[in-house]
Design a protein around this ligand. Structure first.
Ligand code: ATP
Length: 231
């Protein structure tokens, strides 16, 4: 078993677990980035008291259609969208790797970089969490990070899914205090402001000549218009 898998139990006692700085990991295709992403990151950063949130665009997502715009364009849109928020950072490590963008590889490389100086909080919407059992090496995710799941309009936990049920029964914690304090990583569900915004819908609007205004930052929309994206 690789040594990083022992990270949490080997290095974190209750006291150090609480005092380590906290980094949120926000993965996605961001094709394009919109207020659903930004508001989720903001609310979770506040409630979890995160020192930073890293936006990590996926280069080649394994479980969905490939992005329409290039990796460089999506990274530029994220840069524009987060420019005025000192807590939000762009992290391009998945864009620099060959092959599929597996979250487990990203978490492993973050662990190597951070050398035990921070705890990771993987942020995702409920729609993403529902599909987690199809992720590459998904059962190892909690060796490396907490998982924080935000509500999303239209997404619900499917009833009677034995894999998800067992994952939650074993690892879900009901309070943030417990999540931060315990040495083992856990799963925490948090209700956020419901914004029924999706990149799919924004792309559809652009493709059909409708305006997606007020669903994404104006600077991102200006970039999309400048380069005639999603037409
Ligand atoms: P697409 O429509 O192309 O699938 P998307 O809008 O779902 O894109 P992604 O980049 O795939 O955006 O999402 C990245 C992460 O942000 C996922 O964890 C997703 O669940 C979450 N997310 C996206 N939009 C929202 C939203 N409106 N509310 C809550 N979470 C969201």
């Amino acid at each position: 078993m690789p040594s990083y898998l022992h990270f949490t139990s080997m290095t974190l006692g209750d006291k150090s677990a609480r005092s380590l700085s906290r980094i949120g990991i926000m993965g996605g295709t961001f094709d394009p980035i919109h207020f659903g992403h930004l508001r989720m990151a903001q609310e979770l950063a506040t409630v979890l008291d995160l020192a930073e949130v890293r936006f990590i665009p996926s280069a080649t997502p394994p479980h969905r259609d490939q992005p329409i715009t290039s990796a460089r364009q999506r990274a530029e849109m994220v840069t524009l969208a987060i420019a005025d928020n000192p807590v939000f950072k762009l992290d391009t490590r998945e864009l620099e790797r060959e092959g599929y963008s597996y979250t487990i590889d990203t978490l492993q490389s973050l662990h190597e970089e951070l050398q035990g100086q921070a705890r990771l909080y993987l942020l995702m919407g409920l729609d993403a969490f529902v599909g987690i059992a199809s992720w590459h090496r998904w059962q190892e995710l909690l060796q490396l990070t907490h998982i924080v799941v935000a509500t999303r309009p239209g997404a619900t936990l499917p009833a009677g899914n034995p894999i998800l049920d067992e994952f939650l029964q074993t690892h879900q914690v009901s309070s943030l205090q417990q999540l931060h304090a315990q040495a083992q990583n856990g799963i925490y569900m948090h209700g956020i402001t419901a914004l029924d915004i999706s990149a799919t819908h924004i792309r559809h609007q652009l493709h059909t000549g409708q305006s997606p205004r007020y669903q994404l930052p104006q600077c991102v929309l200006a970039y999309i218009e400048q380069y005639s994206l999603y037409r």
